[in-house]
Design a protein around this ligand. Structure first.
Ligand SMILES: [Zn+2]
Length: 126
């Protein structure tokens, strides 16, 4: 049995449990996960707030899930603690284990030490 247009329209959720609209007729204030992502947002733990149905011939309807924009949260906010941890990790990667100075660049793993420590003779000659 195919799904008529009228059955796709259930803004109170009486039929489906959540507000349901025909495809491309979802009101403002809702966004799919993908649309949230495009705005730098994520659902943020909220439940699916609405759905859109598109009837398909001899098949179940195509369903898209929508989240409330006003409940969405920014994608992974950088906390001060996280920022500090990152800075610390970066500093450790720049510090030469031999001369203990910040080389100003990430120590190449192929050398294991900063360039002056790896090639002391060449540095003196230069
Ligand atoms: Zn060094």
């Amino acid at each position: 049995m195919s799904l008529g247009y009228a059955k796709c329209f259930d803004p109170t959720g009486a039929r489906y449990g959540i507000p349901t609209y025909p495809w491309r007729c979802v009101p403002d204030g809702y966004a799919t996960r993908r649309q949230l992502r495009a705005r730098g947002l994520r659902p943020g733990g909220q439940q699916v707030a609405a759905q859109a149905l598109r009837p398909r011939f001899r098949r179940g309807p195509l369903v898209a899930y929508f989240y409330r924009l006003d409940c969405a949260k920014p994608v992974r906010p950088m906390t001060p603690a996280k920022r500090r941890a990152l800075e610390c990790a970066n500093r450790a990667r720049r510090t030469c284990p031999q001369c203990r100075t910040d080389a100003g660049y990430v120590i190449p793993t192929s050398l294991g030490v900063c360039v002056p420590c790896a090639y002391p003779d060449e540095q003196r000659a230069a």
